[in-house]
Design a protein around this ligand. Structure first.
Ligand SMILES: [Zn+2]
Ligand SMILES: [Zn+2]
Length: 149
């Protein structure tokens, strides 16, 4: 059972990157553009301001709460595992997007890792695109190899 749970957490975590990508592409840049728009316009690194875009965290928190409470009351470890994986993704997302990229907390201000530097560049490209390819780069943890250059 423990192997199954670990595999489920890894799969759910990977799936969340796909969810985040499609959410950014079809929801944030689609019918909820009104909530995400000012994330592109007023985004200033180092300024810990709340944005309408932060509501998306609440939208993601709801299914997690339901999964964990349901899993606990039904005694279903798989539901709890999926809830935990989504929470972990949310936490990593906050670290990479909120701290590394937007610098809402004073950590990782000068990353040495090539991957983190490329991640910053890739997300910066989405925020302040120079071309359509940059703007259409909707992932967070997975991005084009060209950002490593
Ligand atoms: Zn965007
Ligand atoms: Zn962003």
């Amino acid at each position: 059972m423990i192997i199954k749970i670990i595999l489920l957490i890894v799969a759910a975590f990977a799936f969340m990157e796909f969810v985040a990508w499609s959410n950014r592409k079809y929801v944030m840049h689609g019918f909820l553009w009104s909530l995400h728009k000012n994330h592109h316009l007023t985004d200033i690194a180092g300024k810990p301001v709340m944005q309408k875009n932060d509501y998306f965290f609440l939208i993601f928190a709801a299914p997690v709460i339901i999964l964990i409470i349901w899993g606990l009351s039904a005694g279903n470890p798989y539901m709890i595992a999926i809830g935990a994986a989504i929470t972990l993704y949310g936490f990593i997302y906050f670290i990479f997007h909120g701290v590394v990229y937007r610098q809402r907390l004073p950590f990782f201000t000068n990353p040495k890792s090539a991957y983190i530097k490329a991640l910053k560049k890739a997300h910066m490209a989405h925020h302040k695109p120079k071309n359509l390819k940059d703007f259409n780069n909707y992932g967070l943890l997975i991005f084009s190899r060209r950002y490593f250059k």
